[in-house]
Write a protein that binds this ligand. Sequence first.
Ligand code: FAD
Ligand code: NAP
Length: 322
Amino acid sequence: MAETRKTRVLIVGSGPAGYTAGVYAARAMLEPLLVQGIEPGGQLTTTTEVENWPGDTEVQGPDLMVRMEAHAKAMGCEVVSDIITSVDFSRRPFVCQSDSGTVYVADALILATGARAKWLGLPSEEKFKGFGVSACATCDGFFYRGQEIVVIGGGNTAVEEALFLTNFASRVTLIHRRDELRAEKILQDRLFKNPKIEPLWFHQLDEVYGTDNPLGVEGVRVKHVKTGEITDIPCKGVFIAIGHAPANELVKDVLETHMGGYVVTKPDSTATSIPGVFAAGDLTDHIYRQAVTSAGMGCMAALEAEKFLAEEGADAQVQAAE
Ligand code: FAD
Ligand code: NAP
């Protein structure tokens, strides 16, 4: 029979937002339970150096997330390896089904499911996914030692991936649809100084081509966005870095979303349209999407959940006394 776990606060997600919520909720003596999801530690586990986490001039993303997990646990947050598959938001306590079969029942919910890499949606991208097409340089860069690689995108992720890939690749072409990068200036500076990286402006990926047996990439066909001219670029690896979309599957039909699926919260708050449900981090943030802002929202969510439960407790006492 399925196990049922009851908790005052269930935190869904183990990125900076989730673990920070865990620290604050535990210190509020709420004995929170945190479900890690498919990517324990979240997006920062897919990168190397993080240089903008206050207090650390440079820290490896995966190390930082191990420390955050340890911190949350040390404060008394229980961390569980599981995935929430659905939530019944129609009544309280909220009942959450999970991949393991355990049913989590919670008086308050903190949703911190973050964001996931976007794909272009090309059939050839899908065909070669895992066979030369990737969205994670730190995961797959090692397979392309001495090879030519292309990176698609112009944001922080694309530039960081291109720089990281120069550790392995003989040459990296950064293909961007404009002639201006969205990435931070410090990263742009490093990119333009790196002799192994060549930007290709005003181009879009049209098709990935390669062999069928064995499945493998031989190159990309790119199109000039103004002239429509097609060019073939031979390469063995294609890294798609065109941004991230909020991981809103649990809530998209229930909570209001905007700007491409980000959960709407009340102004200056993590409260959603459902009392007792709070949302934090990249799930709600279409503007900043940083580790430190996610952590800040995790803090806010825990403090707001604590206040919500305290006020509810007070109301229940008043009703009992009446
Ligand atoms: P995420 O880190 O996205 O974590 C989401 C969590 O939710 C995961 O643990 C996942 O397993 C869990 N989850 C999802 N669905 C479920 C479910 N159904 N059940 C249970 N759990 C679930 N920011 C910086 O400030 N500095 C940087 O240097 C930096 N570098 C980056 C490099 C890369 C390559 C990328 C992709 C991002 C980078 N960012 C950086 C952005 C930063 O990683 C994010 O802003 C931050 O991780 C968002 O935190 P989060 O807690 O909202 O969610
Ligand atoms: P992003 O900032 O949204 O950039 C996405 C890039 O991909 C843009 O350059 C965009 O082009 C391009 N793009 C989008 N759709 C495309 C399409 N269909 N075809 C071709 N190109 C397309 O995403 P991100 O770089 O993944 O960053 C996400 C968040 O994480 C950001 O907030 C970022 O600051 C943060 N992050 C931070 C760090 C860091 O602090 N060091 C590192 C990584 C990520 P346009 O520019 O033309 O729109």
